[in-house]
Design a protein around this ligand. Structure first.
Ligand code: GDP
Ligand code: MG
Length: 370
C-alpha cells in the first residue's frame, strides 16, 4: 500500500521508465523498473519530476469486514471477570477447577460434567466468574505476541509440599506481562509435608510479598482435595475483580479468543471460544485466523445448548471449516463471502511469508549494497 514499482510510478507520471530510473540514480537509489520503492522515495522523485503525489486510501477487506470502533461509555455494562488458573504441572490446577465447578453447580445441572473442559463459568455467591485452565503455552504466547490478554485475574497455584518451579516462574512472568493481579493459592495444605512459609519466602524473590509481611499479594492456603480455603480464595477473586470494574458492550458483533480447538471425528472442528465483547449467536459467521465457518451449535461447559453468548462467556462451538489455532482472535462478521475472501488473502500472505522469510529488499538494504 505504501509502495509502488518504478514502472508504475513512471506510467502514472506519464514519463518513461528511463527518466524515472535516471532521477532515482541522481538521488542515490539504484532501482530497475520492476523494483518497488517506498512512498517517501516516490514522493521525492515525483516532486523533482514536476508531479504531485497523494497517498491512496485503500480500505482493506479486513477493515470493511471487522468493526473495530471503540465502544461508547454509555454502551458498556458490567461483565464477569475472566480468571486464569496457572502454575506448575501437578500442583493442582485442574483439581482446583474441578472442585470449584462441582461445588458451584446448581443441583440438577451436575449430570453432564464428565469431559475435560478448558473454560467454564460459575456463580460465586451470585457473581458470575469465568475460569480458564492454563491455556497451552502456545496459545498464551500467541496472545501475548498480539498484546491481547484475555484474562483479568490470575490464580497462581503452588503446591505447599513442593515450591516455586520453572512453570511457576513462567506463570508469574505471563501475569506480570499482562499486568493482571496475581492471587496465590498455596495448594495441598492437607498434606503433612505442607510448608507454606517456605513458599511465601520463595515468592518474595519474585516481588510477590504476602500482605501479612507488608506486601500486597493475597495468599490463600487451600486444599483442592478437601476444599479447605477455597471459599476464601473465591471471595478474594471476586473482590479483586470488582476493583477492576470490568465492562463490555453486549450489543455488537462478537469478538474474542480461541481458547482451544481440536478435530472431532464425528462433529468436525470443535473450538472453545471466549467471547470478550459483543454477543455471539448461533448461526453467526465467524472468522478466526485462516478458519471460517458458521456457528452451527453452541454449548456451555455442561453441554447445555445456547442460542447466544455475551461478554466473558466461554462456549464450545462446531461449524468451523477447519481447526482454528489456539490463541487466535475470532470475529463474528456480517458477510460470509467477504470472510472467505479474507481467509484466502490471509492464507496467501502466510504462504508468501513462508516462501520469502527474509522479506523484500528495503531501500536501506539497497543503499548498504551500493
Ligand atoms: P495440574 O497438573 O496442576 O492440573 O494438577 P492436578 O490437578 O492434575 O493435580 C496433580 C495431582 O495432585 C493429582 O494427583 C491430584 O489428585 C493431586 N492434588 C491436587 N490438589 C491436591 C490437594 O489439595 N491435596 C492433595 N493431597 N493432593 C492434591
Ligand atoms: Mg491440569
Amino acid at each position: 500500500p505504501d509502495e509502488i514499482s518504478v514502472g508504475e510510478l513512471a506510467s502514472r507520471m506519464k514519463k518513461t521508465g528511463a527518466e524515472v530510473v535516471k532521477c532515482l540514480i541522481k538521488n542515490g537509489v539504484m532501482a530497475s523498473l520492476s523494483d518497488v520503492i517506498d512512498y517517501d522515495t516516490a514522493a521525492i522523485i515525483a516532486e523533482e519530476m514536476g508531479c504531485k503525489v497523494e497517498k491512496e486510501v485503500v480500505v482493506t477487506i479486513e477493515e470493511k469486514l471487522i468493526d473495530t470502533t471503540e465502544d461508547k461509555e454509555e454502551d458498556l455494562v458490567p461483565r464477569a471477570p475472566v480468571v486464569v488458573v496457572m502454575g506448575h504441572v501437578d500442583h493442582g490446577k485442574t483439581s482446583l477447577l474441578d472442585y470449584i465447578r462441582h461445588a458451584n453447580v446448581v443441583s440438577g445441572e451436575a449430570g453432564g460434567i464428565t469431559q475435560h473442559i478448558g473454560a467454564y463459568q460459575v456463580n460465586v455467591k451470585g457473581s458470575p466468574v469465568t475460569f480458564l485452565d492454563t491455556p497451552g503455552h502456545e496459545a498464551f504466547t500467541a496472545m501475548r505476541a498480539r498484546g491481547a490478554m484475555i484474562t483479568d485475574v490470575a490464580i497462581l497455584v503452588v503446591a505447599a509440599d513442593d515450591g516455586i518451579m520453572p512453570q511457576t516462574v513462567e506463570s508469574i512472568n505471563h501475569a506480570k506481562a499482562a499486568e493482571i493481579p496475581i492471587i496465590v493459592a498455596i495448594n495441598k495444605m492437607d498434606k503433612p509435608t505442607a510448608n507454606p512459609d517456605r513458599i511465601m519466602q520463595q515468592l518474595t524473590e519474585y516481588e510477590l510479598v504476602p500482605e501479612e509481611w507488608g506486601g500486597d499479594t493475597i495468599i490463600c492456603p487451600i486444599s483442592a482435595k478437601t476444599g479447605q480455603g477455597i471459599d476464601n480464595l473465591l471471595d478474594m477473586v471476586v473482590l479483586t475483580a470488582e476493583m477492576r470494574e470490568l465492562k463490555a458492550n453486549p450489543n455488537r458483533a462478537a469478538h474474542g479468543a480461541v481458547i482451544e480447538a481440536r478435530l472431532d471425528k464425528g462433529r468436525g472442528p470443535v473450538a472453545t471460544l471466549l467471547v470478550q465483547n459483543g454477543t455471539l449467536h448461533q448461526g453467526d459467521v465467524i472468522i478466526a485466523g485462516t478458519a471460517v465457518g458458521r456457528v452451527r451449535a453452541m454449548t456451555d461447559a455442561r453441554g447445555k445448548k445456547l442460542a447466544e453468548a455475551g461478554p466473558s462467556v466461554p462456549v464450545e462451538i462446531i461449524g468451523m471449516g477447519e481447526v482454528p489455532g489456539a490463541g487466535d482472535e475470532f470475529h463474528a462478521v456480517a458477510d460470509e463471502r467477504m470472510a472467505r475472501e479474507l481467509v484466502e488473502q490471509r492464507k496467501h500472505e502466510q504462504k508468501a511469508a513462508a516462501a520469502n522469510p527474509v522479506g523484500k529488499v528495503s531501500l536501506e538494504d539497497l543503499f548498504s549494497q551500493i
